[in-house]
Design a protein around this ligand. Structure first.
Ligand SMILES: NC(=O)c1ccc[n+]([C@@H]2O[C@H](COP(=O)([O-])OP(=O)(O)OC[C@H]3O[C@@H](n4cnc5c(N)ncnc54)[C@H](OP(=O)(O)O)[C@@H]3O)[C@@H](O)[C@H]2O)c1
Length: 371
């Protein structure tokens, strides 16, 4: 009798276990969502973060990958072109930590493959101009929507999406309109996503200080009359990369939007004048009528490779940077912005003539800042 009772209860026990195992098999528990840390925190330690960085091949991408690599993270770099074009990223992490994965943003399966072993996804995809293959809507709305929805379906809640400052439905710029639509698409698909809106970024490979430095090579820099009314707050690209990495590791950031601007508000004309001084180029600004500048932008837009100026970019250049008071900023992510005067020379020195290459900044008047 006792033997039969034991057998019955054993059968019930194993029966329950089988049911439980069946249920557990249906639960999607991603093994890499539990970060395991090891080491002192350098490049050879393990941060527990496995991060897929979309858009890592671009300007901001190399700084983000470097900041993640130096704390010992494993990084997946989805790329579209030849692997050799991302080789510079390989040295930013320990051996085996930076992994390249071919993908197409139009193929959901390859997007899923790029993030199926990750616990963090960062989306830096963006383009300054429309191409024959991708318009702003697809690059800034459809691709981010697919990435956010795939992250959500894999149970990855730690998603960082990079948008742009001044993104607005009523903006005259198609780029900025598509950026705000992209933010909404990402929020809908993954409510815990962190959205980051940086101002124009400055760095060695930027299209901001370098753009005005190229113009400084002309006898005069053409501007619209609005250059004397427009304020810009460029931000050092390293500050943006640090902010993104802090957002990854700060649980308080989930679901929030951040606006990242530099420490100073600068009149565009003053900024151009400062660059002319630092590059030791002629200091002359010429006001060009809007219609003519638009025509120049249209002609440059026809460049099939890399248009330095487009009509949309011209519109964006003449929109003042402003922080919304109710949206957190760089300081909320624990970063103190680096002032432009402390790093501008390292970016624009290469635009100097050889005879002034080594000159110091002693003769350069300090930048006029507005509050
Ligand atoms: N740079 C700025 O001053 C600034 C200011 C505000 C906001 N942002 C935003 O910050 C992000 C990073 O900017 P960035 O300056 O690093 O841009 P970037 O240098 O132009 O790099 C863009 C990246 O996005 C990828 N990409 C572009 N179009 C794509 C498409 N249709 N499908 C898949 N990948 C595509 C590029 O990949 P390939 O190498 O394969 O082309 C590249 O990796 C972007 O979202 C940008 O809009 C930039």
């Amino acid at each position: 009798m006792a033997m039969a009772t034991v057998r019955a209860s054993t059968q019930t026990y194993f029966g329950n276990l089988a049911v439980l195992r069946g249920r557990l098999q249906n639960v999607r528990c991603h093994y890499s969502t539990v970060p395991i840390k090891r080491g002192a925190g350098g490049r050879s330690s393990v941060s527990g973060l496995t991060v897929t960085v979309f858009g890592a091949t671009g300007f901001l991408g190399r700084y983000v990958v470097n900041r993640l690599g130096r704390v010992g993270s494993q990084i997946v770099v989805p790329h579209r072109g030849d692997e050799y074009y991302c080789n510079h990223l390989k040295v930013m992490g320990d051996l085996g930590q930076i992994n390249f994965q071919p993908y197409s943003p139009r193929d959901p399966e390859t997007v899923l493959n790029a993030m199926k072993y990750s616990n963090v996804v960062i989306n830096l995809i963006g383009r300054d101009y429309e191409t024959r293959n991708y318009n702003f809507h697809e690059t800034h709305v459809e691709v981010p929507r697919l990435i956010a929805a795939t992250a959500n379906s894999l149970g990855i809640t730690n998603l960082i999406h990079v948008s742009a400052l001044n993104a607005d439905h009523n903006s005259p710029s198609k780029f900025l309109k598509s950026k705000i639509e992209g933010e909404e698409a990402v929020r809908d698909a993954c409510p815990s996503a962190v959205i980051v809106r940086p101002a124009d970024m400055a760095g060695e490979e930027d299209k901001f200080l370098n753009y005005y430095s190229y113009l400084a090579r002309l006898r005069f820099v053409p501007v619209l009359s609005e250059a004397f009314e427009i304020y810009k707050s460029p931000i050092f690209v390293v500050d943006v990369a640090k902010a993104i990495v802090n957002a990854v590791t700060d649980p308080q950031s989930a679901g929030r939007t951040y606006e990242l601007t530099g420490s100073d508000r600068l009149l565009l004309a003053d900024l151009i004048n400062y660059i002319q001084q630092v590059t030791y180029r002629p200091q002359h600004i010429a006001i060009v009528p809007k219609r003519i500048y638009n025509l120049i932008a249209y002609i440059l837009e026809l460049n099939p490779f890399f248009p330095r100026l487009t009509r949309d970019k011209l519109i964006r250049q003449y929109i003042s940077d402003s922080n919304s008071e109710d949206i957190p900023g760089l300081e909320d992510l624990g970063i103190k912005p680096v002032p432009l005067e402390s790093y501008a020379i390292q970016i624009v020195r290469r635009h100097r003539q050889p005879d002034s290459y080594k000159k110091t900044l002693d003769d350069v008047k300090p930048l006029r800042k507005s509050s």
